[in-house]
Design a protein around this ligand. Structure first.
Ligand SMILES: [Zn+2]
Length: 294
């Protein structure tokens, strides 16, 4: 009887020990799973970055394949010259530059997927302060490694910092540009340099722009506004917003064979993402070539 009791006790201890082990193992598996999920949530797979030359806002490969001289586009925009672009091959081609401001954002992945599906490259004017977290940094890196061009869209995007008294001066510009540039270099490496700058809200309504223009030209940098505004930020949210954006783009692009199209890559502008395939298909059907600014 005593032996049976001792045996029972031993079995009980063993059962408890095994249960304890199973419990620990399950905790370990669950913990690992959560860790993996978090990593996928916070980072996006990107290619390795190699060989960036100065003044390439895009990879060298994409720059030579899809790039068009930003200085010439700046000049054309300021002269309202929307005629087809002349290519090195001697051809004249209707050309569109898709540009996305204010990113990276929660919509960036979807925008990149659409661009990939249509094999089209775009120019992203990014805000430096948005590149402070891991997730946005990996989106930014993905934009670059997938052959899109990067432009500087200030660090804060705060009008009161960038345009004290509604005027832009070299000091405020330099501060904002450099801070954003530093952030970009942290992600893409010290050799990364973009020569594209887009003023938050555009340069047209600011005082002191002529001084800025001179400064940029002297430093071989380009100030890029747009000649077609999708108005995705201004059109109020409604069921018809998507159609309104599309109509706006079509109407403002009439009689233009060189288009710099302004759109936004920001959390609120979900409709821009939804209408993007239609926009690309429309311009493809009109024989436009898609280029990036470099
Ligand atoms: Zn902006």
């Amino acid at each position: 009887m005593k032996i049976v009791k001792i045996l029972n006790k031993k079995i009980l201890i063993n059962v408890f020990f095994i249960l304890f082990l199973i419990l620990n193992l399950s905790f370990l598996i669950i913990f690992q799973k959560i860790k993996t999920l978090n990593v996928t949530k916070n980072t996006v797979k990107t290619k390795k970055i190699t060989n960036i030359k100065e003044n390439f806002g895009a990879t060298e490969e994409s720059s030579s394949k899809n790039g068009y001289d930003a200085m010439e586009i700046w000049e054309r925009l300021s002269k309202n010259n929307h005629t087809p672009l002349e290519y090195k091959t001697g051809e004249n081609k209707k050309t569109i530059f898709l540009t996305f401001d204010d990113g990276p954002s929660i919509n960036t992945i979807e925008i990149l997927e659409i661009l990939k599906r249509y094999d089209v490259k775009a120019t992203f004017f990014c805000i430096g302060s948005k590149l402070n977290n891991k997730f946005n940094s990996s989106l930014f890196k993905k934009e670059f490694t997938e052959g899109h061009a990067i432009g500087n869209h200030s660090y804060t995007h705060e009008y009161s910092y960038i345009y004290p008294n509604n005027s832009i001066n070299i000091k405020s510009f330099t501060e904002e540009f450099n801070k954003a540039d530093e952030q970009m270099k942290k992600i893409l490496g010290k050799n990364f340099k973009t020569r594209l700058f887009r003023c938050p809200g555009g340069s047209m309504s600011r005082n002191g722009v002529s001084e800025l223009k001179k400064h940029l030209k002297n430093n071989n940098m380009a100030l890029i506004d747009w000649n077609v505004d999708s108005c995705d930020k201004r059109i109020k949210k409604s069921q018809k917003k998507r159609n309104k954006i599309f109509k706006k783009i079509i109407n403002s692009s009439k009689n233009k064979d060189m288009i710099v199209l302004l759109m936004h890559d920001s959390k609120r502008e979900k409709e821009t993402v939804k209408i993007l395939p239609d926009v690309i298909e429309y311009f493809k059907s009109k024989d436009f070539t898609f280029k990036i600014l470099v």
